[in-house]
Design a protein around this ligand. Structure first.
Ligand SMILES: Nc1ncnc2c1ncn2[C@@H]1O[C@H](COP(=O)(O)OP(=O)(O)OP(=O)(O)O)[C@@H](O)[C@H]1O
Ligand SMILES: [Mg+2]
Length: 364
């Protein structure tokens, strides 16, 4: 069983707090992605689970066994790093066998495991080559192979695709998803790329400044971000934010900013009234604006076009509402729009987000 449990896990380097109070249960066979900006503590968290870094607070259990005091080799884990860490002077076969030979696994068993791994990864023809005779993607597969032959309870990945170019990254992402179906081992995967997080994770853990911001399925994070940070981090192009003032009455709420007034009623107005917030941040994804949109379910407003970006299948519009820049996605690529033109827009009311401007927390 590859269940991984973190309770109150923290790590400090002298005065630097790298990770604070992480509480997380990763179920057997679950694929969990840790995502966040550089320096937020992803690698440190992973390395603590691996046993490569001592923890300064909390408890880590793997498969129901507390591993705080166990060295990495006794934790039943296998880790893939960004730089692959392949032995350059050894063939692919010997790279794959290395860890098993160290453990004194019988040679016949090693051969069986290698045959299984190279077949699973489609790298049979590469067995006698050296790493420098392989492409980046092939080296990545060998590094994965080294994990497969170990048949561990848990796979740990630290940005395994970040050395590859964009095209190969997305190809390898698909391969990882396919591999996952054949080998459904518990996996913890670190990346700073939100697309990788969204496409690979059963659940995603968003981190910032050593703190877990939110844990959820890709769709939960996209649709119900717990705070402004998660809202801005997940989704592409990023969510638009506009600081606004609130005025409420018995029945509705009015949000206002320079050049923008939005009237909310029903549940949204009730949320604002209950919170008593005067200053909020209004959030809307670029995909949730509708050009020339009017009618029920839409909140109308005006913007001024700054410039448009042609992507072929759609246009992205950069516009201004008062002083605030916004982006609009999904616009008809054949529509001719002159810079500076007035854009009548609607935003889909049920898809808007409201955040407390002091705490950044979603108002729900
Ligand atoms: N050995 C160390 N001594 C002191 N500070 C450290 C050490 N290792 C990491 N840190 C600090 O801990 C914090 C978290 O680092 P970590 O490597 O976990 O970040 P990360 O989220 O993996 O970032 P990246 O995306 O850049 O890899 C950073 O502020 C980093 O500077
Ligand atoms: Mg890192």
């Amino acid at each position: 069983m590859g269940e991984v449990v973190l309770k109150g896990v923290g790590k400090s380097y002298g005065n630097v707090v790298a990770v604070r109070d992480v509480n997380l249960t990763i179920k057997d066979q679950e694929f969990v992605v840790l995502v966040g900006p550089s320096g937020c503590g992803k690698s440190t968290t992973l390395r603590m689970i691996a046993g490569l870094e001592e923890i300064t607070a909390g408890v880590i259990a793997i498969g129901g066994r507390v591993v705080n005091q166990l060295p990495p080799k006794d934790r039943d884990i296998a880790m893939v790093f960004q730089n692959y860490a392949l032995y350059q002077h050894m063939s692919v076969r010997d790279n794959l066998a290395f860890g098993l030979r160290n453990r004194k696994v019988p040679e016949a068993e090693i051969n069986k495991q290698i045959a299984y791994a190279v077949k699973t990864l489609g790298i049979e023809p590469l067995l006698e080559r050296r790493p420098r005779q392989l492409s980046g993607g092939q080296q990545q597969r060998v590094a994965l192979g080294r994990c497969l032959v170990r048949n561990p309870a848990v796979f740990l990945f630290d940005e395994p695709l970040s050395n590859l170019d964009a095209q190969l990254r997305s190809a390898m992402r698909l391969e990882l998803k396919e591999l996952r179906k054949r080998v459904p081992t518990t996996s913890i995967y670190v990346t700073h790329d939100q697309v990788e997080a969204m496409t690979l994770g059963d659940r995603i853990v968003v981190m910032k400044d050593g703190l877990v911001q939110q844990v959820g399925t890709p769709l939960e994070l996209y649709r119900k971000p717990a705070n402004q940070f998660v809202a801005g981090f997940i989704g592409s192009p990023a969510m638009n934010f506009i600081p606004m003032q609130v005025a409420t009455t018995e029945t509705d709420a009015t949000l206002s900013a320079a050049g923008l007034t939005l009237k909310l009623n029903g549940e949204r107005a009730a949320v604002l009234r209950k919170s008593g917030a005067r200053d909020i941040v209004f959030g809307a994804r670029p995909q949730h604006f509708v050009l020339n949109g009017a009618g029920s379910g839409l909140l109308p407003f005006q913007a001024t076009l700054s410039t448009s970006e042609q992507l072929g299948d759609q246009q992205l519009l950069d516009a201004r509402v008062g002083d605030t820049p916004i982006r609009i996605a999904g616009v008809d690529p054949f529509l001719r729009l002159d810079d500076g033109v007035n854009l009548p827009l609607g935003v889909i009311a049920e898809n808007i987000h409201l955040f407390d401007s002091k705490t950044g927390l979603a108002l729900t």
